[in-house]
Design a protein around this ligand. Structure first.
Ligand code: DQA
Length: 168
């Protein structure tokens, strides 16, 4: 059986990781976060498609693409987290299990970062662990997808009415 495919999508300014506000986001580059994700995914028997865009519409297109081809979505929407109803609607529209991640703990920063739109379309959120947030999200996604192989593209129609085990 093919490994479940997880899209890992990164929003605006995450291409600047490593030199962008390192006191908040650390010194790791996005390439090294991708490398960490690839190593973690391999251990978890997941396939990953790792992408970054500075454009909201492109992220919406990729979420819709995931709905056709993937089994789960891990999303760091960057600042769009706090503004984008479109990202939320896209997640709801495709109905795949989604996990929101952040490098920083958005709840101990400015007030405006405490609200997330995509969170309402996500199974859960992992924030504050730097690049490890992504690795932890992959562990959580693996639990969701391997426990419920039908949850992704092929089987989500029949699985959609049932709660995820993580929510039960
Ligand atoms: C971020 C947190 C957001 O508030 C911010 O706009 C980012 C990065 C994080 O990963 O900590 O761009 O998503």
């Amino acid at each position: 059986m093919a490994q479940p495919l997880v899209f890992i999508l990164n929003g605006p300014n995450l291409n600047l990781l490593g030199r962008r506000e390192p006191e908040i986001y650390g010194h790791d580059t996005l390439a090294s976060v991708e490398e960490l994700c690839r190593r973690s995914a391999e251990q978890l028997s997941l396939a990953v498609d790792f992408r970054q865009s500075n454009h909201e519409g492109e992220l919406v297109d990729w979420i819709q693409e995931a709905g056709e081809t993937a089994d789960g979505i891990i999303l760091n929407g960057g600042a769009l987290t706090h503004t984008s109803v479109a990202l939320l609607d896209a997640l709801k529209g495709v109905g795949l299990p989604a996990i929101e991640v952040h490098l920083s703990n958005i709840h101990r920063r400015e007030e405006f970062r405490r609200h997330s739109y995509p969170a309402q379309g996500a199974v859960g959120i992992i924030a504050g662990f730097g690049p490890q947030s992504y690795a932890l999200a992959l562990v959580a996604m693996s639990t969701l997808l391997h426990a419920r192989p039908g949850l992704g593209q092929a089987g989500r129609a029949q699985a959609s009415d049932e709660p995820h085990e993580a929510e039960a």
